[in-house]
Design a binder for this molecule. Structure first.
Ligand SMILES: [Zn+2]
Length: 169
């Protein structure tokens, strides 16, 4: 059955299958380097397509799977003079990325401007409310552990509670 199918495929001497076979038989030996190059290029093109999907994949996942816009965009500090300083997501700045309760509010940040003063490296932060400064932290009541980044308690694994206490001074 396969044989008769193949025969019918090549029955028309000017059909595509016959043409391809003739091309290969007459040209392939002499042109094998170019054929190899063409196949190599196909691999490169396929790879480039896959690479694009790979590179953009995390953005898509953050947007559609995790519904996390912060995973895509930078967070920035907007100063009283309306200057905008993108926050570096390191040990000091990560707290803003992890907990939206720390965002869109008045804060006083101690930190360092880096990258030609284009980026803000956060060292510490206090919340401001009614002209008063508040220590904003996470607390595990069971272990009496205090952290400045939202996480499960490293000691007992419980969720830590967000607390705000006036800074006396
Ligand atoms: Zn704990």
């Amino acid at each position: 059955m396969l044989k008769s199918y193949l025969e019918s495929l090549f029955a028309d001497p000017y059909g595509t299958p016959a043409m391809v076979r003739r091309l290969l038989l007459e040209q392939a030996a002499g042109q094998w380097r170019r054929y190899a190059l063409a196949f190599g290029m196909m691999v490169v093109a396929a790879g480039a397509t896959a690479l694009g999907a790979y590179l953009i994949g995390d953005v898509i996942n953050q947007a559609y799977v995790h519904k996390n816009l912060v995973g895509i965009f930078w967070l920035a500090l907007v100063t009283a003079e309306e200057k905008v300083y993108p926050i570096i997501k390191d040990d000091g700045g990560r707290r803003f990325f992890k907990d939206e309760r720390l965002r869109n509010r008045a804060v006083r940040i101690t930190g360092k401007l880096v990258a030609n003063a284009g980026l803000l490296q956060v060292v510490s932060m206090v919340g401001l409310k009614g002209g008063k400064a508040y220590d904003v932290y996470y607390w595990c009541d069971i272990c009496a552990i205090k952290r400045y980044e939202m996480m499960l308690c490293e000691c007992c694994g419980a969720e830590m509670e967000l607390k705000e206490e006036p800074v006396d001074k």
